[in-house]
Each structure stands twice: as structure tokens, then as C-alpha cells.
Design a protein around this ligand. Structure first.
Ligand code: SAM
Length: 344
């Protein structure tokens, strides 16, 4: 009883090492290791080092870490140096051009969330996001002041949103029977990834993606190879401008960016635009159940935004003030849960 237990230590070591594992993944991803080994499987560490322009010693360490994390496989041929290839997991999610690639989000984790999380203590003490400490700029409006005043940061952010939306879009689009809704508007719909999943899943539906002009002007870079004329883009500010008419409004990872006061401004506009029977479809990570994923996502919102992740009943309360009820939730077991509320 007085001796440390092996399982306890393993659990603690895994937590203490979590940041090392994350950074190894981010670094391998940023340095193009998974892309390289997708194109040329079977390289040894010296060959990888040469291609990614890095030291052999450093590359050996990084490749070894990726093997231990289940991202790469190594094969030792007798007396020769080990050679490396992507595991199935890396092939599915880590190289840039795979259909479900999370490469874009991993870059966002490395370049934005990592610096913000290094100020987590301040975020907790102050209860505010840490853009000023991490990047030297105060974020009055997260999007206009932080992500969109530099073209490459904007594209990185859009890529990050796009990658998660592609992985989770179908689960959100098919969570409920939406066959009675013919026109949808995806507010803050960014690259259109969820809109395209909606039109794929619902042949009768057309979707207007509404987002800031800075985003809409870049959206064609993200169109799928088979575009669909049922998806259209409208530029505007959802706090100020008139919203496109629709019988289903989608808010995917929108409400979590904002405090209750701003959520009410947006929901009031949606409530006013809706007639009875119209609906709001939320795609958010619900805090209920407190899985590590959702609780840590809550910290992510604290460090990054003015908003917060919320529970199912918090969303139901916010929406009920604007005449929405009959709420239903589907836990997709993917990044985002789906929540439907109908205008009464
Ligand atoms: N809905 C997308 C998804 O789930 O992948 C993107 C979510 S991203 C966290 C928030 C989106 O809201 C961004 O695309 C951003 O440009 C958009 N947005 C922020 N403020 C906005 C505003 N005032 N008017 C319209 N769109 C806005």
C-alpha cells in the first residue's frame, strides 16, 4: 500500500507526456513526414532527414517517437537500418490530401492553440482568451482582428475548420430527418464543407453559406471537385446584416465562439426570420458527460475565444428565449454533436 502502484504511475506519466506526444505529432506533420512517407514508403531515417532538410539525429528521434505513438511502422531488414512507412491511421488522417485529412487542424493546433495553451494559467486566472499574450495583439473580434488580417493565417484557419468539418460533416448532416426542410442557411459556414455534406445527404435541399466577406472570397479554394449548384455563398456579418431566408438555420461551431449576450443577438435575428416549423441545427461539442475531449475543448474555448463550450440544457435555455423548443440531441461520437430545435 505504501509503494507507488504501477498503473497509477502509468496514468500520471501518460498525462505528463501528453504535450510531448502532441508536439511530436505536430512537428512530424509540419515537417511533411507523413506526406513524404505516403509518396515514398520505405525510406530510412537518413533518407527522410535529407528530404525534410533536417539532422539525421533529430529525424531518428522524431521517427522513433512516431513509431511509439502508432503513427509510423518501422521494419528492420537484417543488419540494415530500419525503414519507415505510415500506419493505416496516418494514411487515413495525417497526410495532407487524404479525404479525411486532419492536417489542417493539426497545423492550427501547432501554430495557434499551442501558444495560447502556454498561457493557460493566465486564461484560468483572468477568465479570458490569451491572444494578446501569445501573439501581441488584442482580439476584440476574434475573426476580423486575429485570423483574417493576414492571408496565410486566414487560410490556415479555414483549412483547420475545413478538415474537421469534412470528418464530422456527414454525421451532423444525417443525425436527424431533415427531409421537410428545403432551404438551409449555414451561418458562419466557412468553406462550405458542411453545406456540401447536407446537399449530398438531402437531395431536395439547397444551402446558402453565409460568412464574412474575407472568408467567402477564398471559399472557391475549398470547393469539392464535383461542385453542386444547390450550394451558394453570401457574404455578410451575422450580427449586423440581414440573414438569408431559410427554413433551417445551421450553426456549426458558432455559438461556442461567443458569450451569452452575443449569442442572444444572433438567436434573436434567427428567431425573427423563422416561422413556426422552421428549425435551428447546432453542431457543437456538448459538455455533458464530461469526456476528456469535451472538457479540454472547453479549455480551448477559454484560451481562444470570448465564448465557451456549453451543455445541452444551456443551449436549450438560450434557444427557448427565442421561441425554439422540442429539442433533440444526437451524440455523433465524432468531433461535433448535433442538436435540433424547432420554432414553436
Ligand atoms: N461553421 C464552420 C465549421 O463548423 O466548420 C466554421 C466554424 S468557425 C469556428 C466560425 C465561423 O464563423 C468562421 O467561418 C467565421 O468566419 C464565421 N464568423 C465569425 N464572425 C462572423 C460574423 N460576424 N458574420 C458571419 N460569419 C462570422
Amino acid at each position: 500500500d505504501s509503494e507507488p502502484k504501477k498503473e497509477d504511475l502509468q496514468q500520471i506519466i501518460q498525462l505528463m507526456d501528453g504535450f510531448k506526444a502532441s508536439k511530436a505529432l505536430f512537428t512530424a506533420s509540419k515537417m511533411g513526414v507523413f506526406d513524404l512517407l505516403q509518396r515514398k514508403p520505405g525510406l530510412d531515417a537518413a533518407q527522410v532527414a535529407q528530404e525534410i532538410k533536417a539532422a539525421v539525429k533529430g529525424t531518428e528521434g522524431l521517427l522513433g517517437a512516431c513509431v511509439s505513438l502508432g503513427l509510423l511502422q518501422s521494419k528492420e531488414k537484417s543488419s540494415q537500418r530500419p525503414v519507415y512507412k505510415n500506419t493505416d491511421l496516418a494514411t487515413r488522417y495525417l497526410w495532407s490530401d487524404s479525404p479525411f485529412s486532419l492536417h489542417g487542424y493539426i497545423q492550427h493546433c501547432n501554430e495557434t492553440l499551442w501558444p495560447l495553451f502556454s498561457h493557460l494559467e493566465s486564461a484560468v486566472r483572468e477568465g479570458t482568451n490569451q491572444h494578446e499574450r501569445a501573439f501581441g495583439k488584442k482580439a476584440n473580434d476574434l475573426f476580423q482582428d486575429t485570423y483574417y488580417n493576414n492571408q496565410s493565417v486566414k487560410l490556415r484557419f479555414m483549412n483547420a475548420m475545413h478538415s474537421i468539418a469534412k470528418v464530422t460533416g456527414k454525421a451532423v448532416a444525417t443525425a436527424f430527418d431533415l427531409s421537410s426542410y428545403k432551404t438551409a442557411c449555414d451561418l458562419g459556414g466557412c468553406t462550405g464543407a458542411i453545406a456540401y455534406e447536407l446537399t449530398k445527404a438531402h437531395p431536395e435541399m439547397s444551402v446558402t453559406v453565409f460568412d464574412l466577406p474575407e472568408v467567402v472570397e477564398m471559399s472557391e479554394h475549398f470547393h469539392p471537385s464535383h461542385t453542386d449548384n444547390r450550394v451558394s455563398f453570401v457574404a455578410g456579418d451575422f450580427f449586423k446584416d440581414e440573414l438569408p431566408k431559410a427554413d433551417l438555420y445551421i450553426l456549426a461551431r458558432i455559438l461556442h465562439d461567443w458569450p451569452d449576450e452575443k449569442v442572444h443577438i444572433l438567436l434573436k435575428k434567427i428567431g425573427d426570420a423563422c416561422t413556426p416549423g422552421c428549425a435551428v441545427l447546432l453542431a457543437e461539442t456538448m459538455l455533458d458527460g464530461q469526456t476528456a475531449y469535451s472538457a479540454l475543448q472547453g479549455l480551448n474555448m477559454l484560451a481562444q475565444t470570448e465564448g465557451m463550450e456549453r451543455t445541452e440544457s444551456q443551449y436549450a435555455d438560450l434557444l427557448s428565449k427565442h421561441g425554439f423548443g422540442d429539442t433533440r440531441v444526437v451524440r455523433t461520437m465524432n468531433f461535433l454533436d448535433a442538436f435540433l430545435a424547432v420554432k414553436m
